[in-house]
Design a protein around this ligand. Sequence first.
Ligand SMILES: Cc1cc2nc3c(=O)[nH]c(=O)nc-3n(C[C@H](O)[C@H](O)[C@H](O)COP(=O)(O)OP(=O)(O)OC[C@H]3O[C@@H](n4cnc5c(N)ncnc54)[C@H](O)[C@@H]3O)c2cc1C
Length: 308
Amino acid sequence: MPPMRSAFIALSRNRLLRGLAERSRLGVRLSSRFVAGMEIEDALRAAESVNKQGMHVTLDSLGESVSSGEEAEKAADVYHALLDAIAERKLDANISVKLTQMGLIVDPQLAEAIATNLAEHAKYVGNFVRIDMEDSALTDATLGIVRRVHARPELRGSIGIVIQAYLHRSQMDVDRLIADGLRVRLCKGAYNEPPEVAFAHKEDVDGNYVQLSKKLLSSSIYHGLATHDEKMITAATAFVKKRRISPSQFEFQMLYGVRRDLQRNLVAEGYNVRVYIPFGREWYPYFMRRLAERPANVLFLAKNLLRK
Ligand SMILES: Cc1cc2nc3c(=O)[nH]c(=O)nc-3n(C[C@H](O)[C@H](O)[C@H](O)COP(=O)(O)OP(=O)(O)OC[C@H]3O[C@@H](n4cnc5c(N)ncnc54)[C@H](O)[C@@H]3O)c2cc1C
């Protein structure tokens, strides 16, 4: 992993910096490049605007690793409110949830109960819950919870998972998930992982991404390919054309504020695009991971700081 990327991922875990940044007005201003705003209303407004451009949405109430069950319940309440608001306003949006925010580290049973409640609520309002994937220490626990919720006949199809192409294990996981009929979002992976569990070189991650996306696209389950990498996107579109797989059978997913040109082009070509819209006061770790992904984003940050 390039040193710059590792450094930003390490900084994303720094509690002191996080506290300072999240409370500062300048920090909030800078974060607006990738974060829709601080309140639910900001996220709903952004979702409506993205929908008007012909794209689907997934909403992420920012926050990770709560330290008590109470905090987890409070974080879950925001998602329940989102599910209701999406239904009331007839938005084309689902929700993306991190299990550490739902208490996975402090109380895994609570996290599972919350995920089950959210899937039940989603089912009731005709919606869907995507469980984001976090670092590799949590992969088994996350997969276990999603599998068990999906295995309940009444909740089948109301919950989905994320697979990270940088992990060596992902080929095996994808085979199992396809056999289970679970909907997958495929991404490259955003955390700092050791070489024992993850490919260290971009070419290997990219190669695995292409292989996994072909597997998913051939499965006749509706999956999401989350990437801004034009090479990954071209490989997928070439594959579906060759195999005569309809564009309606899958979607591309991209982050709010990243490669809007590419998002619009794919919609114009007839592909489904879903935009991941994060919002909320706990924006720092998410923002730092976005800086880690692209050195040019750091220049953008520096320019803004100098302007102040
Ligand atoms: C919808 C969505 C959901 C995700 N969910 C998860 C998850 O649950 N777990 C997880 O570990 N990761 C998640 N990720 C992040 C993902 O793992 C990657 O870290 C991230 O998408 C960058 O990889 P890439 O595929 O875009 O390719 P890269 O090879 O990183 O980038 C390819 C090109 O895309 C553009 N680009 C990429 N990132 C940025 C950026 N931040 N700003 C500007 N341009 C950029 C640049 O042009 C770059 O050259 C998600 C990503 C998306 C799009």
